[in-house]
Structures are given as structure tokens and as C-alpha cells.
Design a protein around this ligand. Sequence first.
Ligand SMILES: NC(=O)C1=CN([C@@H]2O[C@H](COP(=O)(O)OP(=O)(O)OC[C@H]3O[C@@H](n4cnc5c(N)ncnc54)[C@H](OP(=O)(O)O)[C@@H]3O)[C@@H](O)[C@H]2O)C=CC1
Ligand SMILES: Nc1nc(O)c(N)c(N[C@@H]2O[C@H](COP(=O)(O)O)[C@@H](O)[C@H]2O)n1
Length: 219
Amino acid sequence: MHVVVNAATSADGKLSSRRREQIAISGPEDFERVDALRADCDAVMVGVGTVFADDPHLTLDDPDRVADRENGGEPPHPARVVADSRARTPPDARVLDDAATTYLLVGEAAPRERVGALKDAGARVVVAGAERTDLEGALAELESRDIERLMVEGGGELIFSLLEAGLVDELSVFVGPKVIGGREAPTLADGEGFVEGFPELSLEGVERLDEGVLLRWRV
Ligand SMILES: NC(=O)C1=CN([C@@H]2O[C@H](COP(=O)(O)OP(=O)(O)OC[C@H]3O[C@@H](n4cnc5c(N)ncnc54)[C@H](OP(=O)(O)O)[C@@H]3O)[C@@H](O)[C@H]2O)C=CC1
Ligand SMILES: Nc1nc(O)c(N)c(N[C@@H]2O[C@H](COP(=O)(O)O)[C@@H](O)[C@H]2O)n1
């Protein structure tokens, strides 16, 4: 599987404010690029923290891209994936509507009644790991279900875990013209943070977009 992490940060590296509300950091050119990147992937993934914060839909905006995928024999939208160890995704979350297939990656300890309710809401449940979702195992299971190219949109907890597990191939970051600040505000990679063995990045592209810059790294 090829894993691409894509996110937008403020100039000071924040994904959002301390209120964890969705903030439009990207401008129209970058949102257009993100839509194209989604269309080029088999699935789009977020952590359950992003589901709580943003209630994202994770589908394609451009009907031409939907048509192109269908003409190529693909589903109209990429699948949606939520890392959700304890099956806390609200059954009425937008990612669970019938626009696309949605996988929830849960741990074995996830409460059965919540897992059942989410299956009833249309989710396909992948169990990997005892308590917290084992991302390596879960991604291997997704690969066996024909997900070869996975885009990860965030947030910071999930991105850190994927980097820590060595599962990220590419990192694209749009750095936008805002300062958000705040020690509690989420950053691109949160979690415990690294103290050694820092992932090494190789710069593949720098491009001016909107009033910011797109940085593309190979991990
Ligand atoms: N600017 C941007 O591009 C983006 C911004 N955001 C912003 O980011 C914020 C949300 O980020 P954040 O709070 O970090 O939440 P995340 O979306 O990263 O979700 C984190 C949650 O995912 C669950 N999870 C399951 N398995 C794992 C694992 N192995 N490793 C890590 N997490 C796992 C955990 O809960 P549990 O274990 O209980 O399942 C964890 O609390 C919001 O403010 C949102 O607006 C989000 C995406 C993009
Ligand atoms: N690329 C990007 N730029 C921003 O400025 C953002 N705030 C985000 N947020 C991500 O987009 C998701 C929303 O998806 P839908 O429009 O609902 O499909 C949100 O959940 C974040 O993952 N991304």
C-alpha cells in the first residue's frame, strides 16, 4: 500500500485552534488540489478526533472527477476510513452516509453494542489490535480489500502514529497565511512526539498556491 498524508497547517504549524473547530487554512487552489488527490486514491482516512471535530464527508466535490472514476470502473468516491479504536463514531456521522463505503478500524475491546450500531449504520468494521487500533494490521487488511493507495487527512494524533509506525510514504503540507498559536492547538504530528529516530524527509516539491506554499516530501 502507498500512503500519502495531506494536511494544511497555519504558518506556525497548527491544524486548527485550541477549540479544535475546522478552520479553512487552504484557499480555493489548494482545496481543488485536495479534491484531485482524493480522486486519485482508493480511500481517504481520518482519526475519530477529526470526525468529532469536523464531521467531514470525505467525498469528491467535482462531478467530473466522480464521472471519470465511474467511467474507469471505480466507485464514484474513494472509500472512507476512520481509525476509531473504541467505536465512538456517532452513527449519524456524515462519513456513514451511503455516498461511499466506510471502514471503521476498531480494537478488539471496542464495545460490542457500539460496533453493532455502527454496522447497522452501514460501516464495514475492521478489527485490529487489542485496545488501540493496530494501524499496521488494519492497513494490511484494507490492502487485502483492494485499497492500494490511501490518503490520510489527519488529524495530528493519527498522523503521528502512522509516522511512528513507519507507514507513511509521502507527506504533503499546505502552509497557509494564518497564525493560529496555542499550546493546546493540534499540530501536524502530535501524540507523544519523537525524541530520537526522527523520520527523515526528502523534499520533492515546493509550489506557491493561493497565498501559501505547498511542500511535498518523501518519507
Ligand atoms: N488542517 C487540516 O488539514 C486538518 C485539520 N484537522 C483538525 O485536527 C483536529 C483533530 O485532530 P486530533 O484531535 O489529533 O484527532 P485525530 O483525527 O488524529 O484522531 C485521533 C483519535 O484517533 C483514534 N485512533 C485510533 N487508533 C489510533 C492510533 N493507532 N493512533 C492514533 N490515534 C488513533 C484515537 O481515539 P481512540 O483510540 O479512542 O479511537 C485518537 O484519539 C481537529 O481540530 C481537526 O479540525 C484534521 C484533519 C485535517
Ligand atoms: N486540506 C485541508 N485544508 C484545510 O484548510 C482544512 N481545514 C482541511 N480539513 C480537512 O478536510 C476535511 C473536510 O472534508 P469534507 O469537506 O467534509 O469532505 C476535514 O475533516 C479535514 O480532514 N483540509
